[in-house]
Design a protein around this ligand. Structure first.
Ligand SMILES: [Zn+2]
Length: 955
């Protein structure tokens, strides 16, 4: 019968709420403050959204059971373009969006109708997302919930922004930003379709003279001007004649538009077709030399200026274009005389590196995509290893990497050059659909993330933080390194106004960086103890930074002193943030801003301690998307499969950084597993373990190792591994234990089984909290497993000897089975021979030597022969080699364990086999020692016995 998942889940959620189980206030215990990036309520949650929250919830539940006072709160991010963009698309009747809302998420028509108002969208999905989080069983303290447009939150953001401005970290200036020309708004990752950060770089425009006109070409390698042989022009492009800040230029229309956004004064004077330029000459800026403009098809109007400076010795595109061009020229044409000019010497390359790369990659023509690869290769090699040759005037003999900036400076001073900022990852589209550009924003407000000392402080914080998984750490260093000034205000959207310039709203990635501190205040706001109008700078300074006196704050704000004290103490109890969870896509922005803003605002002891980053969720191995029809709304999935199976299916499919692959087959498998565990729990009667036998000691030892493995894995947030241990890894041990117990017809094991199951259920509870409660109750407990103590692993409870004994029994049973399989005989009796005592001593010596690193057979042999106790090895030289192989085939930990327990009485251990063999094969066994003169040994088998490898005779 199908289990009533929803009924069980509802029952336990109700009990958690009644017991206020996840409400955390300061107490005597040690605290853990675990937070996860709050959601934008701009659309409903699907399965993919559940991953980060589920991981954080497991983390929170684990530490709660470990005895910590865990605070795990949640808020909702109403600010900025994510919600505004959705409202605009609904208002514009975007059928893709409306279809999705109607048909996938079943949002009622009457609600969709209101969605052109951003606040209506936010409120609707706020409730929807919250309901989903509750149904997933997240152990959130909902007393601390808030939205980023709550009046008190806005006061808090004003304080944050003012504090940064007082420290000169918010500056007014002119800086380039990614920009949506339609919305007239700066854009960053959260404002774009597909969540891409607009990335731009500075190109140098080299100004070639063409009678009265300047023809600019864009390059990242201004040093190659010395090797220019011609320009490339596309005959099909209709170029513009424009006046740029008083100079007359010829360039593509796209480039002229880009320059307008870069704050250049442009007027349009006329047009000239590329074909009219072909064959004409331009003058190289730094010397009176004329070069021709030749035609090439790889030149595009939307890249650079639409004209290209050709350096065939060092640029693969130019080299190939020159080859292509010459093919179409008659013999004897002057153009056949154009030769590449080599200007850089690089180790590993001859005179013309571009030619070498083109030939090595067998490039066919200038439209060959492999040219990109060739370009990248030459660029890197010449930049880091190249030296400028004698034909580069005052720069001769310098390394390219060192001369580059000097050349840029020289070109600018002589007015031979200009600059163009260009997106490197275009096209980037805004959420409104428009293509983004780079714009110089003048006299705007910027967070000065380019500030060197700010970066240093952030790096100091990062160095002390735990970053999980560890391999993601370099990405943070990289982001801190490249961050530059960032516009912190927008003109549209919900949010908090800039306190000193009310036309602007603090944008969404700037009002979400230190809000974890606000969770402390939110509780008091929701209880009606404080309100927006009474809050001042003094209040926040006092509570968060310890500046000023509580008495004074109470006076100014009219908040009772006791309340101010309470808030202040609660903040100093819960802060700093112990762990921050988020998806990997937030590393280049939110997570790094989180570090930067904390170090800017708070004293060092309040800096964050840890960041945990996870990958995304795939559906049946594919990205979730509407067009694939594979989006499963989270609440729908909970109704269909239950929350716990979904939590487990998400976690068990991948470790942190990998993409988790959600599929229904694994959900079904997990459900079956949980049902069978629940059935086992229902069958067990409580009892206490008494009179421990060999197998009891063994299974309890294995249980200790299990606890230790699961705990270590969760601490490292290796949740997939931890869950695997809890759900599956122990099954084969249980089977063996049952086999041993059944063979002996024991009936006194409920105490043991109860202990084993209770431990597993307790460890399952952070992952599958509802069903674990149900199991816990079935096991006879009256308290809640979410509040139970995490099982402790005590190393000295691990009985190494019993583990070795059971291993010997298992491997011997395995050997008997294999012999029977190969020989196909029906056994009448089974005889087992354990090795002679000198072999056991020799084994110990060999083992000790191997642990020390001595593997040489000759050396081992010599020392064994030299010893009276083991000199018999002479008669059996093969023994050493085989024993070395036996030992090496085991993991190091098992070797150490064997060395630790020393000699074991194999004969005594193997006598335990009798009941097992009788049960499995219906015959009795006899165990002899190799040295026993009375032994039955017709086939002379006993001499092949080795320690832990008894000889076996089956008749
Ligand atoms: Zn836009």
């Amino acid at each position: 019968m199908e289990l009533d998942w929803l009924g069980i889940e509802k029952k336990w959620r109700q009990r958690w709420i009644e017991a206020k189980q996840f409400e955390a206030d300061p107490n005597k215990k040690e605290k853990k403050f675990i937070t996860v990036a709050y959601p934008y309520p701009n659309s409903p949650q699907h399965i993919g959204h559940g991953r980060t929250y589920t991981i954080a919830d497991v983390h929170a539940r684990f530490y709660r059971m470990k005895g910590y006072n865990v605070l795990f709160p949640m808020g909702f991010h109403y600010t900025g373009t994510p919600i505004l963009g959705m409202a605009k698309r609904v208002e514009a009747g975007d059928s893709e969006i409306i279809d999705g809302l109607k048909n996938i998420y079943h949002v009622p028509d009457k609600d969709i109708k209101t969605f052109s108002e951003p606040i209506k969208i936010a409120n609707y999905f706020h409730e929807e997302i919250k309901a989903g989080m509750i149904e997933m069983g997240y152990s959130i303290d909902w007393r601390r919930e808030f939205t980023t447009i709550d009046p008190v939150y806005q006061k808090f953001i004003e304080w944050q922004i003012n504090t940064l401005k007082e420290k000169n970290l918010i500056i007014q200036g002119s800086h380039p930003v990614g920009w949506c020309p339609k919305d007239q708004n700066p854009v960053s990752q959260h404002d774009t379709l597909g969540d891409v950060e607009p990335d731009f770089t500075e190109y140098i425009l080299i100004k070639f003279m063409f009678s009265d006109y300047i023809i600019p070409t864009a390059t990242l390698r201004p040093e190659t001007l010395f090797g220019v042989t011609n320009l490339w022009v596309n005959p099909d492009i209709n170029y513009k004649k424009v006046t740029v800040d008083g100079e007359k230029w010829i360039l593509s229309a796209e480039c002229a538009r880009k320059l307008e956004f870069l704050d250049r004064k442009i007027s349009y004077d006329g047009e000239i077709l590329g074909s009219e330029l072909v064959g004409k000459e331009v003058t190289v800026p730094h010397k009176n030399k004329k070069i021709p403009m030749l035609e090439a098809s790889f030149v595009k109007s939307n890249t650079g200026t639409g004209l290209v400076m050709s350096v065939p010795a060092h640029a693969p595109f130019d080299y190939q274009a020159l080859l292509d061009f010459k093919k179409d020229q008659p013999q004897g044409s002057e153009y056949q005389l154009i030769r590449p000019i080599s200007i850089i010497q690089t180790e590993g390359y001859g005179e013309f590196p571009a030619k070498e790369a083109v030939e090595r990659l067998s490039i066919k023509d200038q439209n060959d995509p492999k040219l990109e690869q060739a370009t990248e290769e030459i660029y890197g090699k010449e930049f880091y290893g190249g030296v400028l040759k004698q034909n580069t005037e005052q720069f001769a003999g310098k390394k390219v990497s060192e001369a580059k900036d000097a050349i840029k400076k020289w070109l600018a001073e002589k007015k031979y050059s200009d600059v163009l900022l260009e997106l490197t990852n275009s096209p980037v589209r805004c959420r409104c659909g428009a293509e983004c550009v780079v714009k110089i924003l003048t006299n705007q407000w910027f967070l000065n993330y380019g500030d060197k000392s700010w970066k240093e402080k952030a790096t100091r914080c990062l160095d002390k933080m735990s970053i999980l998984p560890p391999e993601i750490r370099p990405e943070f260093n990289y982001v801190i390194g490249w961050l530059r000034e960032r516009a912190c205000a927008r003109q549209h959207g919900l949010g908090t106004k800039l306190p000193w310039d009310k036309d602007w709203i603090v944008e969404s990635l700037s009002d979400s960086v230190i809000y974890m501190a606000y969770y402390i205040i939110a509780k008091f706001v929701n209880e009606g103890k404080i309100s927006a109008d009474s809050l001042s700078k003094e209040f926040f300074d006092c509570v968060f930074l310890g500046i000023g006196s509580v008495v004074k704050v109470a006076e100014v704000t009219k908040i009772p002193k006791a309340i101010v004290d309470e808030i202040k103490n609660e903040f100093s109890y819960f802060y700093p943030v112990d762990s921050r969870h988020s998806g990997r896509d937030l590393v280049p922005n939110h997570l790094t801003f989180f570090i930067l803003n904390h170090v800017a605002v708070f004293p060092e002891e309040k800096w964050p301690c840890e960041i945990v980053v996870n990958g995304s969720v795939l559906m049946d191995g594919k990205k979730m998307s509407k067009s694939m029809g594979n989006i499963i709304p989270l609440r729908q999935a909970i109704r269909d499969y239950g929350a716990d199976p979904i939590r487990l299916a998400i976690i068990i499919s991948a470790e942190l950084l990998q993409d988790a692959d959600f599929n229904l087959e694994s959900v079904r498998g997990i459900k079956n597993k949980l049902v069978s565990l629940l059935e086992e729990c229902s069958k067990i009667k409580p009892g206490k373990p008494t009179n421990l036998q060999a197998e009891d000691k063994w299974i309890l030892s294995k249980l200790q190792s299990l606890i230790s493995n699961v705990s270590t894995s969760i601490e490292k947030m290796r949740l997939r591994e931890a869950l695997h241990y809890v759900l599956y890894e122990f099954d084969s041990d249980i089977q063996w234990y049952q086999k041993r117990v059944n063979a002996k017809n024991r009936a006194d094991i409920t105490g043991i089984l109860q202990e084993v199951l209770s431990t597993r259920v307790a460890m399952l509870s952070p992952f599958a909290p509802h069903i674990a409660e149900e199991m816990w109750e079935k096991l006879g407990n009256t308290d809640s497993v979410s509040k139970a103590t995490w099982p402790s692993s005590v190393d000295n409870k691990i009985d190494i000897a019993s583990i070795q004994s059971e291993n010997l029994l298992k491997s011997t049973m395995e050997d008997i089975k294999n012999i029977l399989k190969v020989t196909k005989i029906t056994p009448r009796r089974i005889i087992i021979y354990t090795s002679d005592s000198w072999k056991i001593k020799a084994y110990q010596k060999i083992l000790a030597n191997i642990i020390k690193g001595e593997l040489n057979i000759g050396v081992l042999m010599k020392s064994l022969i030299a010893d009276k106790e083991t000199e018999l090895v002479k008669k059996d030289p093969d023994f050493v080699k085989k024993t070395v192989n036996d030992i090496l085939s085991e993991p190091a930990a098992a070797r150490e364990a064997k060395a630790k327990i020393g000699l074991v009485d194999e004969k005594k251990i193997l006598s335990e086999l009798d009941s097992l063999v009788q049960k499995d094969f219906g015959v009795t066994i006899q165990v002899f020692s190799e040295s026993d003169p009375e032994k039955y040994d017709p086939k002379n088998k006993a001499r092949t016995a080795r320690p832990f490898k008894p000889a076996i005779l089956i008749e």
